[in-house]
Design a protein around this ligand. Structure first.
Ligand SMILES: [Zn+2]
Length: 445
């Protein structure tokens, strides 16, 4: 049932649950999930038997560390050996409702199935996170996420309906139509990737429509990084005249399973459905509080393709400190910090594409698009990193500005990449997810 629009929470009893009670609930659900995976899935049983682990050995939440993490590569291999779903698809097939493969940006897509109950849970948790950033019954929600196989288009659609919103299911295309609907019927909420939101805002400016002319008040952006960076957020907020919130999900675990609340104090995860750990990828040990590590996620309620300790490759710093909003569920401050495999190593320093974005977006003289080009120096055989960005005013294409920009990169990355400033509109725009890193290095061996 939809709460009253004045209610601060969509599901108060769950969202503000005392942590001890929440952890008890998680443990009860974890035991259920581990047992059904062991008994119903040859894939999991083989992994347990190999190290002589039994469901009864999981007595506390901490005992989950005994279960070996599962990588995307292993899921892919399992699905190739046992097509098309692998032996971890364990709910009875008559209860299956939807298929949502991963996007395949890093290889063959991995098939994920939602059962009827999974669809209900995903709808409820997405409604909860949308409510947390201010969506209410009567809002006009313009869904700019891609519809179809991609996970988040439908989750936002179902959730907006569950809240009692009027949904405009446009998807990640028809930029001008998005702008038309901002004006009339007057969308109040936009959900999209940050890349697409920037693209829409550029087009809006070209058409001479000011943010003051439209009733849009909330935007939530995910599917790729960006919104969590203060400079990107500020830019998107002023261009569209909104409050912008980060939202996060992943195909194997579920869409829209975390979002910022109105306090904008990091992504809150739906911890009654997911057990979340961070692991130091070097030592493979659990992270200490405040330490950055790879998120490893376990499904507590998922029926159809449950994951026990899925290695997400996403880096985060978790905190269970109570948020100003009163919610008790775990947050990752500063959003997702990058992908463990996106790390760029240059002249002995390590950095992530998100740090480059932070610098680019902090300069008004630069446009929204940029690329990080990796090449090989012909003479030395060493890697060369070049940031390609668009200037917005000719004044930016001066030595003085470039040296200011170089200094800003040096402060953020501890190393200075090469710089190439190009004319506005040179780089291709993305309606879905932007591909920022171009690896043109000569592969050795
Ligand atoms: Zn909060």
């Amino acid at each position: 049932m939809t709460p009253s629009r004045k209610s601060k929470y969509y599901a108060p009893e769950i969202e503000t649950m005392d942590r001890e009670e929440l952890e008890n609930l998680q443990l009860q659900r974890l035991k259920w999930q581990v047992r059904r995976c062991y008994e119903g899935s040859d894939f999991y049983r083989e992994r347990f038997d190999k190290i002589n682990l039994k469901p009864d050995d999981i007595k506390s939440l901490d005992d989950v560390v005994h279960i070996p993490p599962v990588s995307k590569e292993e899921l892919r291999e399992e699905q190739m050996n046992y097509p098309p779903f692998g032996r971890y698809a364990i709910a009875p097939q008559q209860n299956w409702e939807e298929l949502h493969p991963s996007t395949g940006t890093t290889g063959v897509p991995v098939n994920t199935v939602w059962s009827r109950r999974d669809v209900e849970n995903i709808t409820q948790w997405t409604a909860r996170v949308m409510w947390s950033f201010g969506v209410r019954p009567g809002d006009i929600v313009q869904n700019g996420f891609a519809y179809g196989l991609w996970v988040a288009g439908l989750s936002v659609h179902y959730a907006a309906k569950a809240i009692g919103c009027f949904v405009l299911p446009i998807g990640a295309s028809m930029t001008d139509r998005h702008i038309d609907y901002f004006v009339n019927p007057g969308a109040t909420v936009l959900i999209a990737t940050p890349s697409f939101a920037f693209y829409i805002s550029e087009r809006m400016k070209e058409r001479g429509i000011s943010p003051d002319d439209i009733p849009l008040r909330i935007g939530s952006f995910g599917g790729e990084g960006g919104t969590e960076a203060p400079s990107t957020r500020k830019r998107i907020e002023s261009r569209l005249g909104i409050d912008a919130y980060d939202i996060f999900g992943l195909a194997e675990i579920g869409p829209t399973c975390a979002a910022e609340c109105e306090a904008k104090a990091g992504l809150h995860f739906v911890e009654d459905h997911l057990l979340i750990e961070t692991i130091n990828p070097q030592t493979m040990k659990r992270c200490e509080p405040g330490e950055v590590g790879v998120m490893v996620m376990t499904h507590l309620t998922k029926e159809a393709t449950p994951m026990l300790r899925y290695w997400t490759n996403d880096l985060a710093r978790l905190t269970t400190e109570k948020c100003a909003c009163g919610r008790t569920h775990v947050r990752c401050a500063g959003g997702i910090l990058g992908r463990a495999d996106d790390l760029i190593i240059y002249k002995g320093e390590n950095f992530y594409p998100s740090q480059v974005e932070k610098v680019v977006k902090s300069f008004g003289e630069l446009g929204d698009e940029f690329r990080i080009r990796l090449t090989t120096d012909e003479k030395t055989g060493m890697d060369v990193v070049t940031v390609v960005a668009e200037y917005t005013t000719a004044a930016a294409n001066t030595d003085e500005f470039k040296s200011k920009l170089r200094q800003a990169f040096r402060d953020e990355l501890l190393v200075t990449p090469g710089l190439e400033l190009v004319k506005p509109d040179t780089l291709e725009r993305a309606m879905f997810k932007a591909k920022r890193v171009e690896d043109k290095r000569e592969k050795s061996g």
